[in-house]
Design a protein around this ligand. Structure first.
Ligand SMILES: [Fe+2]
Length: 355
């Protein structure tokens, strides 16, 4: 009944160190509807998930070595598994497991000992969700690729978007934000300037100062970007970053002239890392500034009322006491859109760079 239109069964991976638990779930899930796969440890699950490509993961929390919380966290760090339904199997009387699971991005949880009807219903709902997000994923990929086109067109910022994603998430974590907000920050790093796709090249790539009319056009990019992404409900929190990333704490920004806490928090976080990255990167019109100088300018602009002082203070704390966290780790998993774009446009970019 739950086989998809091509007739294939939903693939369910059961991760549990206890063979009896795995067998119990296998006995409950109807083989006409589900193909049940097994992993007997967290490590095995992490190795096999990229190969098996399950539709849903049923993940025991309590396992030796790599437990369910670790497995979930590590899967969510990988772009391709961010939307994979993960149902945590928690023991009755361990409400903390539920909270910890949700914090690292679990989709749902089932308390053991489970009810067979409930287990089937939850798994079936998760399979439906997976099939919807698979379709959604395609739409999102187009938006991300479009954002990369904008980034490449500009051509002066290198890996600006990837750095912004990383820096926003580091700052979001320092502020103790939940998974959904960190995910919105990660996406916002890539998508914030997507609206520039509608800005004419004569304005976008103009060397020298923009006149008033050109500025009026340029200032449309946050609203255009928000409009482009607003059709996707999964982008709801990201849209706030896109729409409000040029507002200022004292109300002097655009497009809405919001001030203080009226500017959504995610946008305020993004602004701080955006200005940090702009100051610390080389641009055609300026060298990369040393970090002490960047910190001084950030403080000065905060005193002038541009940025949220509390967020700046937390960011400066990381900059001064733990600056290595701000560098993208060498083993970071790059977004599928980034690799795709690079592979497809290598010759174009090379031609542009030679000119
Ligand atoms: Fe912008």
């Amino acid at each position: 009944m739950n086989a998809n239109s091509s007739g294939s069964l939903a693939r369910i991976l059961v991760v549990d160190d206890m063979a009896t638990n795995r067998a119990l779930i296998r006995a409950v899930l109807d083989p006409r509807e589900f193909e049940v796969l097994e992993a007997d440890s967290g490590e095995t699950a992490l190795t096999r998930i990229p190969i098996l490509r399950p539709d849903v993961v049923l993940l025991d929390v309590l396992m030796p070595n790599t437990d369910g919380i670790d497995v979930c966290r590590r899967l969510r760090e990988q772009e391709e598994f961010r939307l994979l339904p993960i149902i945590m199997l928690t023991s009755l009387g361990s409400p903390d497991d539920v909270v910890r699971g949700m914090e690292v991005g679990a989709t749902d949880y089932i308390t053991k000992p489970f009810n067979a009807v409930e287990l089937t219903a939850r798994v079936r709902a998760a399979v439906e969700k997976k099939r919807l997000t698979d379709r959604l994923d395609d739409t999102e990929s187009v938006l991300f690729a479009l954002a990369r086109v904008v980034e490449a067109k500009d051509g002066t910022t290198g890996d600006h978007c990837d750095r912004l994603s990383h820096l926003s998430v580091v700052l979001g974590e320092a502020l103790g934000l939940p998974f959904d907000d960190l995910e919105a920050l990660r996406r916002g790093g890539i998508l914030h300037d997507i609206g520039k796709v509608a800005i004419p090249d004569a304005v976008l790539l103009k060397k020298g100062k923009l006149d008033d009319a050109e500025w009026a056009v340029m200032r449309q990019h946050p609203s255009i970007g928000a409009y482009l992404c607003s059709a996707l409900r999964t982008m709801r929190r990201t849209v706030d970053i896109i729409r409000y990333h040029h507002e200022k704490w004292n109300g002097s920004g655009y497009p809405s002239g919001l001030a203080g806490n009226d500017i959504p928090q995610l946008a305020r976080i993004f602004q701080v890392v955006d200005i940090f990255d702009a100051l610390s990167s080389e641009r055609p019109y300026k060298p990369a500034l040393p970090r002490e100088e960047v910190a001084r300018i950030l403080r000065e602009e905060t005193a002038r009322g541009f940025w949220d002082p509390d967020i700046v203070s937390i960011f400066l704390d990381i900059l001064e006491n733990d600056p290595a966290r701000l560098d993208i780790p060498a083993n970071a998993v790059r977004g599928r859109d980034a690799d795709l774009f690079r592979n497809l446009t290598g010759d174009v970019m090379e031609w542009r760079d030679r000119r």
